[in-house]
Design a protein around this ligand. Structure first.
Ligand SMILES: CC(=O)SCCNC(=O)CCNC(=O)[C@H](O)C(C)(C)COP(=O)(O)OP(=O)(O)OC[C@H]1O[C@@H](n2cnc3c(N)ncnc32)[C@H](O)[C@@H]1OP(=O)(O)O
Ligand SMILES: O=C(O)CCC(=O)C(=O)O
Length: 402
């Protein structure tokens, strides 16, 4: 017992990135706003039911997510009903919803009992010219009226700059200052088409950080994954001083999706030591969102993919049988996952012996060698792995024939 405790102390359930001790960054001060129920639902073909949305909201709250974006009320009557229902669930998380920069959208949102509204406006030349067909001044005027309207109704405001990363920085900062003067609680930098990389995310957040009073108006970062950098950019933004970081479960969302919640949370723990989120149900939540969205999760997806804790290579499995931490950065139990040891072309003798022992067999040398040879032939010629049931049949046949 004493030894076991010592063992656990020596090997915690994850390995922190101790190289972080050698790099200089600001202290991480963040909250997570999960937008699965809004941007996640904008994934083509996805429409969550009310029950699904409320269940996902409950699970996000159980993890300790601070803010849940429940939807976009002007989309439909049903959407208004679900946003209002989530706002009245009594969750610890604060609830927000999306609004265009119009008084009508904000009025609709205010009726949904949310804690704050996210009023978005694109200010890039492309969006002004081809989407609004209006001048920046005209659009900003309406947007700031919408911000004032929400504040006058006693509701919090996030002023979100859509396509912020293709907007001239002085224009972006001027708009953020206008929102700040109207007591917006947050300003959001949306990397709507996923153009940022970590160094430009850092630069942009730094510019905004130095221009506004971040004690009064916090910076948010909303990243898309068009270049596969959404999580990296989100973390770079957090390091540079963004306070509210946006995620979706399984990284679903418009086009290539958003920063994946499970990846952001694991990074917060492993890179920055943020340990206040309960990670034990991440795999369950991923499964729930996979089923509700009907969007598959890539087999090799970090944290929640089927292969996240699967091992076949002989050298790896031999070491894992001694101590899984040799080839696992964090243990599957930490996120509610399961380790799978696969029998395939790359299986070694120690791995095979360990796996057959696990299913209740120990073979003599000749039987074992015969089994090992058969496994290699099947897996190479048929280009596949051998599951436990088939392995057991092979063991039985070796025992019978030798
Ligand atoms: C970056 C993002 O994720 S933005 C959010 C995207 N999400 C969605 O679009 C949710 C689903 N959308 C919908 O259900 C519908 O598009 C609705 C209900 C929002 C609007 O429907 P409609 O009134 O039929 O408008 P439609 O979709 O055809 O066009 C969008 C209109 O919103 C306007 N608009 C878009 N963004 C904004 C904004 N931030 N502020 C003000 N107006 C805006 C467009 O200019 C266009 O206006 P127009 O009708 O005067 O040309
Ligand atoms: O920044 C935000 O809060 C939302 C904006 C958004 O969804 C986007 O531009 O992709």
């Amino acid at each position: 017992m004493k030894n076991e405790t010592h063992h656990e102390e020596q090997y915690p359930e994850y390995c922190r990135n101790s190289l972080m001790d050698f790099v200089k960054i600001k202290d991480i001060d963040i909250e997570v706003c999960d937008v699965t129920l809004r941007d996640g639902e904008q994934t083509p073909g996805v429409a969550f039911s009310k029950e699904q949305k409320m269940s996902i909201a409950q699970h996000l709250d159980d993890i300790g997510i601070e803010v849940i974006e429940a939807g976009f009320p002007v989309v439909s009557e049903a959407e208004r009903d679900v946003v209002k229902s989530i706002a009245n669930m009594g969750l610890d998380a604060r609830i927000c919803c999306l609004c265009r920069s119009t008084q009508k959208d904000v009025e609709t949102a205010v009726d949904c009992d949310v804690d704050f509204v996210s009023i978005f406006l694109a200010m890039s030349d492309l969006h002004l010219k081809y989407k609004y067909h209006k001048s920046l001044e005209e659009m900003l005027d309406v947007a700031m009226n919408a911000v004032e309207y929400a504040k006058d109704h006693g509701i919090g405001v996030r002023f979100a700059a859509e396509d912020a990363t293709r907007t001239p920085i002085p224009r972006l900062i001027d708009a953020f200052k206008m929102a700040e003067e109207r007591n917006a609680d947050y300003v959001s930098i949306a990397d709507t088409v996923g153009i940022l990389n970590p160094i430009t995310a850092t630069y942009l957040v730094d510019q905004v950080y130095n221009a506004i009073d971040t004690k009064k108006t916090k910076i948010c970062m909303h990243c898309h994954d068009d270049l596969g950098l959404a999580v990296a950019n989100t973390l770079a933004a957090a390091e540079a001083g963004a306070f509210q970081i946006h995620t979706t479960v399984n990284g679903i969302g418009e086009r290539a999706g958003n920063a994946a919640l499970e990846e952001v949370l694991m990074n917060l723990r492993i890179q920055y030591g943020v340990d206040r989120y309960d990670l034990h149900n991440l795999v369950d939540l991923s499964e729930e969102v996979k089923a509700a969205s009907k969007i598959d999760v890539a087999i090799n997806k970090s944290v929640v993919g089927q292969n996240a804790f699967s091992h076949e290579s002989g050298i790896h499995v031999a070491a894992i049988l001694e101590n899984p931490r040799t080839y696992e950065l964090f243990l599957p139990e930490m996120v509610g996952g399961k380790r799978n040891l696969i029998v395939g072309k790359h299986t070694g003798t120690k791995a095979l012996a360990g796996i057959i022992k696990d299913i209740g067999y120990e073979l003599g040398e000749a039987d074992f060698n015969a089994l090992f040879d058969q496994v290699k032939v099947i897996t190479e010629t048929e280009q596949r792995s051998v599951d436990r049931d088939e392995l057991e049949v092979l063991v039985q046949s070796v025992l019978k024939n030798n």
